[in-house]
Ligand binder design. Structure first.
Ligand code: NAD
Length: 241
């Protein structure tokens, strides 16, 4: 299969740099050609093309990976609509209005939205769904811990877990107790507890590094580049490969 050339939005961020460094280790599979970030971060001396405006280099890439902030992410989607390019989004913290916009945009372009790009978390969502259906009388709660620079709280992953439980049980996600903690250096821990008077079951995921998300971002970029317009999740990708 052809390698689709990648532009990274949020290039100089923690995730942008992890994705870029991982792509360099596997040049046969992944080619990052454009990095987009805020104007004051653009260093003209770089081995790839840097910009604060993706449309400037639209002929250099086939697909966008976005790990930035909600507003720049929406801006990147608008550009992708204008230039008809697919996008895979790892950014979290979108408002309801922004989510509506993403849904509308996905009618025109292939758009994958994944608040967690790791295989481990996405595989455990399946178990959480199954347990939620089987253990209807168990009280469920979610705890998440991230580094202190994380802006949104609770995390997009914790909200996704709550959605999965609510969908499985036919209840409201807002009724599920989520506790969010911020600790120096913590990449991302999610703990989902099912508790009865007699026992408890815990689904626990601890990310040791950001490469697990970067791998998902790179892999979904190659997959979304070959899809029709529509809104996709990591689960769609996971189930198709
Ligand atoms: N889906 C996942 O698996 C996953 C994993 C980790 C982080 N995240 C999310 O990804 C996002 C980024 O996380 P991070 O830790 O890399 O954050 P970060 O703060 O390190 O990086 C964000 C980058 O976006 C850049 N940016 C700001 N405005 C911009 C603009 N107008 N155009 C282009 N770039 C702009 C910033 O300058 C910065 O370099 C967050 O929303 C975070 O929650 C998701």
């Amino acid at each position: 299969m052809n390698v689709s050339k990648i532009a990274i939005n949020g290039f100089f961020g923690r995730m942008g740099q992890t994705i870029y460094n991982l792509s360099i280790k596997d040049k046969e599979k992944f080619e990052v050609t454009v990095g987009c970030d805020q104007k004051d971060k653009i260093n003209l001396q770089h081995e790839i093309s840097l910009t604060d405006n993706l449309s400037k280099f639209s002929d250099l890439f086939d697909v966008v990976i976005d790990f930035s902030l909600p507003e720049p992410s929406i801006k990147a989607v608008k550009t992708c609509e204008e230039i008809s390019k697919p996008i895979t989004i790892g950014t979290t913290g979108f408002s309801d209005e922004q989510k509506k916009y993403l849904i509308a945009a996905s009618e025109k372009i292939p758009l994958l939205l994944a608040p967690n790009m790791s295989l481990g978390v996405n595989a455990s969502l399946q178990s959480i769904s199954d347990l939620s259906k089987l253990l209807t009388n168990y009280e469920v709660s979610i705890e998440e811990t991230h580094h202190k620079n994380k802006i949104d709280s609770p995390s997009g992953t914790a909200l996704k877990i709550a959605d999965v439980i609510a969908n499985a049980r036919g209840t409201e996600a807002s009724s599920i107790d989520i506790k969010a903690y911020r600790e120096e250096g913590e990449i991302g821990v999610h703990k989902t507890t099912f508790k009865s008077d007699d026992d408890e079951i815990i689904i626990y995921h601890n990310a040791f590094n950001r490469s697990i998300f970067a791998k998902g971002a790179l892999e979904t970029s190659q997959w979304i580049a070959n899809q029709k317009p529509g809104l996709y999740t990591y689960k769609d990708f996971m189930e198709s490969v």
